[in-house]
Design a protein around this ligand. Structure first.
Ligand SMILES: NC(=O)c1ccc[n+]([C@@H]2O[C@H](COP(=O)([O-])OP(=O)(O)OC[C@H]3O[C@@H](n4cnc5c(N)ncnc54)[C@H](OP(=O)(O)O)[C@@H]3O)[C@@H](O)[C@H]2O)c1
Length: 288
């Protein structure tokens, strides 16, 4: 079979949702010996390989969807291989973290990775999501929900804007962007429906697990000092919490009808999936 899709990062949090949506197109998953393949849809073809070196398994592949991090320096090498093997279409998942104004070790390799993609001769598209949440596999909101269910008290340090994206909405966006010719050679920010202040995010998460959360304000300077002394989190992580992370997705809405759900809707689904709340209300589909 030719003209197949190679899904890089298929076993990851986002990748497994994308895999499920692509199944009817008989995609191929790139996996390592250590990959947890039980998260993949049954019957998905697996091909061994690694981004760390060696050739990517590209026989019969015409399209690549790249859901592995672009922050580890391996993208320029991968792009060279894709071009040599005449891959025609490629979609890459970057991150809105490239916009941070704070010191970040991964920012430069991510920007270099995006530049390598943009210089390539392929029909490429880059999606930059904000923080992704939605199941026990996320490393952020699931922890917050479990914590708030047990202890509905939370420190508030700064009150920045956040706009996390629900994993199912992002997986839908990957497929829609892949299928649209309007997205070729373009970069899109993708985020949740509206930005919300961190205090509202925590209160909304609390409501999803049926708790009224008490917020205790902690001055940013004191939190940075405490982080430096205790080393539980780094001062940089505290500063990042306080940095605004709101992004317009108007281009994505125009080009591939991206219409994400609100955080209230997404977090209610997640709380229910985690067994921390009663059934979430059904999603009201946005009018297109
Ligand atoms: N999670 C977030 O909140 C967030 C926010 C913004 C942007 N993003 C971006 O969204 C994308 C998906 O994130 P995610 O959280 O779903 O990632 P993830 O759960 O950490 O999954 C990473 C995937 O990449 C694969 N991978 C890593 N190193 C590899 C290598 N050397 N060779 C082959 N495969 C390798 C992993 O395979 P194994 O199963 O073998 O480990 C896994 O399938 C990434 O580009 C990330 O930067 C994520």
């Amino acid at each position: 079979m030719t003209d197949r899709i190679l899904l890089v990062g298929a076993t990851g949090f986002l990748g497994s949702f994308v895999a499920a949506r692509l199944m009817e197109r008989h995609p191929v998953a790139l996996v390592r010996p250590s990959s947890e393949t039980s998260v993949l849809p049954r019957g998905m073809e697996l091909r061994r390989g690694s981004l760390n070196g060696g050739p990517l398994p590209l026989d019969g592949i015409s399209t690549v969807v790249y859901c592995a991090s672009m922050g580890f320096g391996h993208v320029p090498r991968s792009v060279r291989q894709l071009e040599q093997r005449r891959i025609s279409r490629a979609l890459f998942i970057s991150t809105t973290a490239v916009f941070t104004t704070l010191p970040s070790a991964s920012r430069t390799p991510r920007l270099e990775a995006e530049a390598a993609v943009e210089r390539s001769s392929m029909d490429w598209t880059i999606l930059r999501p904000t923080m992704i949440y939605g199941t026990a596999r996320d490393r952020n909101i699931s922890r917050l929900l479990r914590f708030l269910k047990r202890i509905p008290v939370f420190p508030l340090c700064g009150n920045a804007l956040w706009q996390p994206i629900y994993v199912e909405d992002l997986a839908d966006a990957v497929v829609a962007a892949l299928d649209s010719s309007d997205t070729v050679k373009k970069v899109y920010n993708v985020a949740g429906a509206q930005p919300l202040r961190f205090a509202d995010l925590v209160r909304t998460a609390g409501r999803a697990v049926e708790r009224n959360v008490t917020l205790i304000r902690v001055p940013l300077a004191a939190a940075v000092l405490a982080a430096g002394l205790t080393r539980v989190v780094t001062p940089e992580q505290i500063c990042r919490l306080a940095e605004d992370k709101a992004f317009s997705y108007a281009d994505a809405a125009r080009d591939f009808l991206f219409a994400p759900r609100s955080f209230a809707e997404g977090v209610a689904c997640e709380a229910e999936a985690l067994g921390l709340a009663r059934r979430a209300p059904p999603r009201v589909e946005p009018r297109r």
